[in-house]
Design a protein around this ligand. Structure first.
Ligand SMILES: [Cu+2]
Length: 501
């Protein structure tokens, strides 16, 4: 016998999500959670110090910080050092499934997009590995001339990175100073939005979750398989984001899913793009500091930093992802609602929060790097990356990654190179390289309408992209990697080493 009215039962059904107990929003029901705001860790005397634990909670791997299972937002300025003690408190035996079984529960950290050293104790994903019970001590020096923007940290143990990132082991990194490039953002309310994938494959509430984010019954693209993931936003399913009509806010969104694309859209509104993949548009194009789009494809690991404007009152508007056709062999990437936009309610504490928390003000003039890469575009590629796959695994130039492999290629630090990334498979793959950014300027041989400096780029199936990589910063010297950022592909071999010499 039901003791509670139906709507209260719905509200009372809770799910444990990263960081907090959060109600599943019932369809069409206004009772839902505001966008959770994870704790932020800032520098003191130019050092950002924190201790992070790897834990398994309720059957999922997670970060724990300050006694709670939550991934803090790390905020640093150029010139700061990230001192992170990373303690592997995962159990010695895993009850989970990895791309390469059994899961060893080994772990480490990658500082995605940062132009920092790939050598230990910095952004080294090859040699730095903690087995259960072991501790890693990171000391990552952010160069004084590092561009501002949104970056992120996630675990990167070859063979089990997909499992760990799908479970939620990811968090945002903000390098301060974006107002040096677009002064308005310094006056706007900022929101750091971490979009993660969440497996619903074995979730008894899968049907309700699918309904609550409004996944259409009709499939998307050529893929007919069941939808296995929904997106969470700062750990919550379909939270509410407060924004007043015409209010301008600065949203910094990371696609922290290990394997799902976002095609972000804000109903009836546009994104005024300020930065992509942690690179201000103004950094290379001082005359075009922003660009307006009504939707934007964000590959796994990609970041969008944009000014958004509150919709008119009385209209229901959502932040959603559109259907992405990932190809005949791809996984389903259906349309779904990520968050609802709501007007600030006067009775809710926090609605009149200060526009932005205090942060280090960087009043140095902005650095710019306008480049003439036209000549490089006309030359034959210096290197070609070929993505292939078969029933036994995933390959770059016919080779599967092994931790003891020699570098597949090497480049001289101080140079630019033209690479072509070719995807011979029947599904999308996002190409990512550690330490550096590149200009993606052509797709399938045709110039892109908006060439962009990125660290992760989608490669169309049975197609290609052409990029110019910037290997000029001397801090990158050492052994690094490039790989597919569908992390189960990376785990199954689609990764290679590169020596920056
Ligand atoms: Cu891939």
């Amino acid at each position: 016998m039901d003791l509670l009215p139906m709507n209260q039962m719905k509200r009372a059904r809770i799910l444990l999500l990263t960081g907090a107990q959060i109600f599943i929003p019932a369809l069409g029901c206004a009772q839902t959670v505001p966008l959770p705001e994870p704790p932020q860790v800032r520098a003191s005397r130019h050092v950002v110090s924190l201790t992070l634990h790897a834990v398994n909670e309720n059957g999922r791997d997670a970060f724990a910080f300050d006694g709670a299972s939550v991934a803090p937002v790390i905020r640093a300025s150029p010139g700061d050092v990230l001192k992170i003690t990373y303690i592997n408190d995962l159990p010695p035996k895993s009850g989970e499934t990895c791309a390469v079984n059994p899961c060893m529960n080994m772990t480490n950290l990658h500082f995605h997009g940062l132009t920092v050293s790939p050598d230990a104790p910095q952004d080294d994903v090859i040699g730095m590995i903690a087995m259960p019970g072991q501790v890693l001590h990171y000391s990552v020096e952010i160069p004084r001339d590092h561009p501002p923007g949104l970056f992120w940290y996630h675990t990167h143990p070859h063979g089990e990175s997909h499992r760990q990132v799908l479970d939620g082991m990811s968090g945002a990194i903000v390098i301060e100073g974006m107002e040096r490039y677009v002064s308005e953002v310094g006056r706007l309310r900022e929101r750091v939005v971490v979009v993660r994938g969440r497996s619903i494959e074995h979730d008894p509430n899968a049907a309700e979750l699918r309904r609550s984010v409004e996944i259409p019954a009709k499939g998307c693209g050529g893929e007919a398989e069941a939808v296995e993931e929904v997106f969470t936003v700062n750990g919550a399913v379909r939270p509410q984001i407060e924004i007043a009509p015409k209010e301008r806010q600065f949203w910094r969104i990371v696609n922290a899913s290990p394997d799902r694309y976002l095609d972000l859209q804000l109903d009836g509104q546009t994104f005024e793009i300020v930065a992509l993949d942690g690179m201000p548009l103004a950094y290379h194009g001082p005359n075009h500091p922003t660009r307006t789009n009504d939707h934007l494809l964000l590959a796994p690991a990609g970041r969008l930093e944009a000014i958004v404007t509150g919709p008119p009152s009385g209209s229901h508007r959502a932040l959603r992802t559109r259907c992405v056709d990932t190809g005949p062999d791809g996984d389903p990437n259906p349309e779904m609602v990520l968050a609802d936009l709501v007007q600030p309610s006067s009775d809710r504490s926090g609605s009149n929060a200060p526009p932005r928390q205090m942060h280090a003000i960087d009043d140095r003039p902005p650095l710019h790097k306008p480049l003439d890469v036209e000549r490089l575009k006309k030359t034959a590629p210096d290197f070609t990356v070929m993505f292939t796959e078969d029933k036994n695994g995933f390959y770059i130039n016919g080779r599967k990654f092994t931790p003891d492999a020699n570098p597949m290629t090497s480049v001289r630090v101080g140079t630019y190179q033209h690479w072509r990334i070719v995807n011979e498979t029947a599904e999308l793959h996002p190409f990512h390289i550690h330490q550096v950014h590149f200009l993606a300027y052509a797709e399938n041989g045709a110039p892109l309408p908006h060439p962009a400096w990125l660290d992760t780029v989608n490669v169309p199936y049975r197609g290609s992209v052409d990029v110019i990589l910037d290997f000029t910063d001397p801090v990158i010297k050492g052994m690094s990697v490039f790989h597919c950022h569908l992390l189960n592909h990376e785990d199954k071999g689609m990764m290679a080493k590169i020596l920056f010499k």
